[in-house]
Design a protein around this ligand. Sequence first.
Ligand code: ZN
Length: 302
Amino acid sequence: MATYVSDFNPGKVNYDDAVAEVTDALSILGEDYIDTFKGILSSGHVDVYPNDTKTTGAFETQPSYDYLPWVLFNYNGYANDVSTIAHEMGHAMYDALTTANQPKQYRSPTIFTQEVASTTNELIYYNYKMSHASNDDEKLYYLQNALDLFTGTFFNQVLFAEFEDDFYRIVEAGGALDGEVLSDRYLELLNTYRGDTVISFPETKYRWADIPHFYYVYYVYQYATSISYAASITQGILNGEENAVENYLNFLKAGHSAAPQTLLSIAGVDPLNAETYHAAMDYFKGLVDEYERLVDIKIQNS
Ligand SMILES: [Zn+2]
């Protein structure tokens, strides 16, 4: 659980109000998007509340192309439960739009572009909450959520990716993977990425063992790349750039009918150009600058 500089408490939001809020935030994507979005939410395919025997977390899946996607939440009314609706419904919309527009063989978007749909929705949602905040403290709260999303989805995942890459380098150089060697390397990376302003608990070096993605092959870097593309797409949409919404929807409708770089080019993103990642960092920097400005005001007023 994050510690907030803001004193704003969003309280608990009931599910219907949360859905209305996310729907309003995403209405910038146009009527067609919202029609399908509402169609999924009212399809009976959304399992909303936790219970004693239900699996934890949240996810989206499409068991059959003949039906709309299925979504699982464990909705408790907290702020992160509301942003989870935006995230998982991003995946559901990607599947639904792809299914409606592609032949079967191209209907499963690959993991390389999958998180673009979910994190774009989250960034749009946080922007909506910031622009609808009734005071600076409320804005600061949602600004921190947006920064945390970026930290968790970009910087942490780049660290994880570098760590994962080391596994293969060690083995390819004739070495063996040993728990302590990996843990020491993980701690070294934590210290490099976090600098000397964050102190890690001694046990933190074992955290890698609990991250299931390391047992797949090169998975984590795709979160970092996806949120970089999402930042570009979100900026284009929010700045009202010509055809930004239409291009993004065409990307969502394209499934995996082409190579990822071709698909992303439909949304105006070039994954092979370093400038794409610099632009994502500029977006993050803009959030940090605004955060600093609001924190300074808060300190002066206290
Ligand atoms: Zn996701």
